[in-house]
Design a protein around this ligand. Structure first.
Ligand code: HEM
Length: 267
């Protein structure tokens, strides 16, 4: 059977003509792939100047003595990304309705969906991992004195991230809608109601009215998968911007090198 000719290589994937002095042999597929990647990056950069921002963010000097404890923030971010990705797959099958089968949809995910138990397990245990990591990261920044001037605002943003992470845990706990999650949430909402001034309003808001009902579950679901993850993503962006702008703190045990030029000489 006659063979069809291969389709022509698009001109954008062809490597540029050789410079004077270079051998003009055909470029290897790897060279062509590199040239194609470069031309895509150049095209985007010419229109956005994004590579400058990426270089500013990624290629930073770090203080002497930087160690594994400095990876806890990135580890927390990775845990958050894991929650976001696995959460999207869970949302494809979850039904946030008490009568319409929140509980049944969770059972379906666990027992019948391909890799459902694995993805649910990643999301459930990932939540615990994120809480553990965020506390370890906070302890690192506290014990290294990273909350001091000029990083106070980053500490405050961190506190907001901590509260929002707790809200994620609280709102996610109701979603399986079994006996335990239902009654644990009743207790949690009642505890919120005992807070001063805003307590009763807060518990009314969480319940979506004076009684627990179908709207409570929808409200928790909306808070859990839209409101709070969006806020966390935005705050992580601000947090990382400040880390890149201010740099990270040196470990407290490193000593500044003595600069003889700065020594005061008595006249
Ligand atoms: C979703 C939660 C969080 C993420 C993804 C996150 C991420 C990061 C990353 C990647 C860094 C830079 C590297 C490092 O020091 O680990 C950092 C630094 C920092 N974070 Fe967080 N963080 C979170 C929560 C918090 C919390 C709860 C606090 C404190 C209440 C906090 C306070 C700080 C401070 C003060 C720095 C500056 C550290 C320095 O200058 O050495 N962060 N964070």
């Amino acid at each position: 059977m006659p063979k069809l000719p291969a389709p022509p290589v698009p001109s954008s994937l062809k490597s540029p003509p050789p410079r004077p002095g270079e051998s003009g042999g055909p470029a290897s597929p790897v060279d062509q792939a590199i040239a194609a990647r470069n031309s895509v990056v150049d095209w985007v950069d010419e229109r956005t100047s994004l590579t400058g921002a990426v270089r500013w963010m990624m290629f930073r000097k770090v203080p002497k003595g930087t160690n594994w404890f400095y990876t806890l923030g990135s580890a927390t971010m990775f845990a958050f990304l894991n929650q976001a990705v696995t959460g999207v797959f869970l949302a494809m099958y979850y039904r946030p309705s008490p009568a319409g089968g929140a509980y049944e949809s969770i059972r379906y995910i666990t027992n019948d969906v391909f890799l459902g138990a694995f993805v649910r397990g990643m999301h459930k245990w990932g939540a615990t991992v994120m809480v553990v990591l965020i506390f370890l990261h906070m302890a690192r920044t506290f014990f290294f004195g990273a909350y001091k001037y000029p990083r106070e605002l980053n500490w405050v943003i961190g506190v907001a991230l901590l509260i929002l992470t707790m809200v994620m845990g609280f709102t996610g706990y109701l979603l399986p809608f079994d006996e335990r999650s239902y009654w644990a949430t009743v207790v949690g909402v009642n505890i919120n109601g005992t807070g001063p001034l805003i307590g009763p309003y807060l518990s009314d808001f969480l319940r979506a009215g004076p009684e627990f009902g179908a709207d409570t579950l929808s409200r928790f679901y909306a808070i859990h998968m839209m409101l709070v993850p969006g806020a966390i993503a935005a705050l992580i962006g601000a947090h990382l911007y400040l880390v890149a702008k201010l740099g990270t703190t040196a470990p407290p045990w490193t000593k500044a090198q003595k600069n003889p030029k700065l020594r005061r000489t008595e006249a």
